[in-house]
Design a protein around this ligand. Structure first.
Ligand code: BEZ
Ligand code: FE
Length: 285
């Protein structure tokens, strides 16, 4: 009779996956068990703490539906989503950042140079740059999928007063890789905190704020899809994003511009802000 004891249980669980067909899955599960057990040993996990953890997961499951995923949010606020992005990073390529829950297919197609701001209120911003490869050459026929909050920090999905195509677009770029659009400056907002993640943030002495940002998803044949964000570098939450999405290379100045002739070129009021950002795409793997 070979009973399990505290010294043998970890190896026994890892060995239980020995017959797994998929070698990568076996490696990941083995490491997961090893680290989970090491965690329980390190904190000498008590049964009531184990029950608290299970209750958290149960509440997360109850609140999760097609429009809200509390498990992804848990991963976000624990930095796991961002760590996974950071582990994928390719030297010289634009750094990745979280997709978030507000990306939706079906954005309206806009031409390069379009005005996205329309009747939204807020500070006008001209955003422009290029999509380049790692050698600095324009990427041909890239598309940009873009979404942002309005100046009150709300996405169209959260605000019945906004139309479903507000402040989002898809833009097909020409061979020069140049993109440009005018919009309004987005605002900081909180991740949902009315569920178990909110309770966890409060218990941990943390807030739920994200700095203002633009979301971009850049696609081009032969290149790895790039999901990232661009942040105003003077945002008050720039160094304390609740989901750890800020990278130094993604925080940029929103430069005030009071040139009337520049403003007229884009039918903007003067002054407006200007953001310049080039994307660097790595080859598809
Ligand atoms: C967002 O940027 O839209 C977002 C990201 C993570 C969690 C919640 C929202
Ligand atoms: Fe967002």
């Amino acid at each position: 009779m070979h009973g399990i004891d505290r010294n043998t249980i970890t190896d026994a669980v890892i060995a239980s996956f020995d017959a797994a067909q998929d070698g990568r899955m076996k490696e990941v599960l083995g490491a997961l068990v090893r680290h989970l057990h090491a965690f329980a040993r390190e904190v000498e996990l008590r049964p009531e703490e184990w029950r608290t953890g299970i209750a958290f997961l149960t509440r997360a499951a109850a609140i999760t539906d097609a429009g809200r995923n509390e498990f992804v949010l848990t991963s976000d606020i624990l930095g796991l989503t961002s760590l996974t992005d950071l582990l994928q990073s390719v030297p010289g390529a634009t750094e990745r950042s979280v997709l978030g829950p507000f990306h939706a297919e079906g954005s309206p197609e806009l031409p390069v140079g379009a005005d996205l701001a329309r009747d939204n209120t807020g500070e006008r911003v001209l955003v422009r740059g290029r999509v380049l490869d790692l050698e600095g050459r324009p990427v041909r026929n890239a598309t940009i999928d873009f979404w942002q909050t309005n100046a009150e920090g709300l996405y169209w999905q959260q605000d019945p007063s906004q139309q479903s195509d507000n402040l989002r677009f898809r833009m097909a770029l020409a061979d020069d890789g140049v993109y440009a659009f005018t919009t309004v400056r987005p605002a900081p907002y909180t991740v949902p905190y009315d569920g178990p993640v909110g309770a966890l943030l409060r218990a941990g002495g943390r807030h739920a704020w994200r700095p203002a940002h633009f979301h971009f998803r850049v696609l081009a044949q032969g290149f790895a899809p790039l999901t990232t964000e661009v942040f105003p570098d003077d945002d008050r939450y720039i160094d304390e994003d609740a989901v750890f999405g800020v990278r130094a290379s993604l925080a940029v100045p929103f430069v005030k511009c009071d040139s009337a002739s520049e403003a007229a070129k884009y039918s903007l009021p003067s002054p407006f802000s200007r953001v310049e950002f080039d994307f660097r795409m790595s080859a598809a793997r």
